[in-house]
Write a protein that binds this ligand. Structure first.
Ligand SMILES: CC(C)(COP(=O)(O)OP(=O)(O)OC[C@H]1O[C@@H](n2cnc3c(N)ncnc32)[C@H](O)[C@@H]1OP(=O)(O)O)[C@@H](O)C(=O)NCCC(=O)NCCS
Length: 191
């Protein structure tokens, strides 16, 4: 079974290609994108290291992060990425998402994440998805809650982050809850 490419109404989801490298480095280096991420700046050498790590990765391998490239169907070009961390011997996965500011607030991230959730729950039968977010990261929190994730934890001062202790929320979504909402025929799954 070939997982990629995946097509949604406005997007193509696919593995990264060498031609994505420059656009990837530019949006990851944007201060608004880096604010709640593990990096503060992101240059071409960071992007090259990332590309080397991703090259031989098999989607679904336990204890790896696979980054899915997100491209617009109408114009082409990279607009963001959705990362999937596979863990618990194929039972669970963690999500992360990063979008170019020029392509935020237009529902693209939501559309891509909805499709990745569908892939993980239906085709790959994962039991539970999780995500950890900085409590100040309102767009990420809204995105997760719109997809049906529940806030299961508030971790107080649990991470030494850019010079200070930071609070994070733990979010999770169970396959059975997602199925109950989405598996009915005719429901638009990328909304
Ligand atoms: C987290 C992140 C991916 C969210 O991106 P986003 O573009 O805000 O998310 P969405 O795709 O859900 O966009 C939702 C907005 O688009 C609007 N929108 C416009 N057109 C839309 C459409 N056709 N369909 C759906 N929503 C649409 C929605 O109304 C919503 O706006 P609102 O929040 O004012 O109500 C983005 O903020 C980001 O990349 N941040 C930096 C990296 C980061 O911190 N990642 C999180 C690490 S866990």
């Amino acid at each position: 079974m070939s997982i990629f490419p995946r097509i949604t109404s406005r997007l193509i989801l696919r593995p990264f290609l060498d031609r994505d490298l420059a656009e990837f480095a530019v949006y990851r280096n944007h201060p608004d994108v880096a604010r709640y991420q593990s990096w503060s700046t992101y240059d071409m050498s960071d992007a090259s290291t990332f590309f080397e790590q991703q090259k031989d990765l098999v989607f679904g391998s336990d204890e790896t992060w696979f980054q899915i490239a997100i491209e617009r169907r109408d114009k082409g070009g990279l607009i963001g990425d959705v990362g999937v961390h596979f863990f618990d011997e194929g039972r669970q996965a963690e999500l992360g998402m990063t979008f170019d500011p020029a392509h935020q607030r237009q529902g693209y991230a939501q559309e891509a994440v909805a499709d990745v959730i569908r892939l993980l729950f239906t085709e790959l039968g994962r039991h539970r998805l999780v995500a950890t977010v900085d409590v100040r990261n309102v767009p990420a929190i809204q995105l997760l809650e719109r997809q049906g994730f529940s806030r299961e934890g508030h971790y107080r001062k649990n991470i030494w982050f850019k010079g200070e202790w930071g609070d994070e929320y733990g979010y999770a979504l169970l396959n059975e809850n997602w199925q109950a909402k989405h598996a009915k025929a005719g429901v638009a799954l990328d909304e």
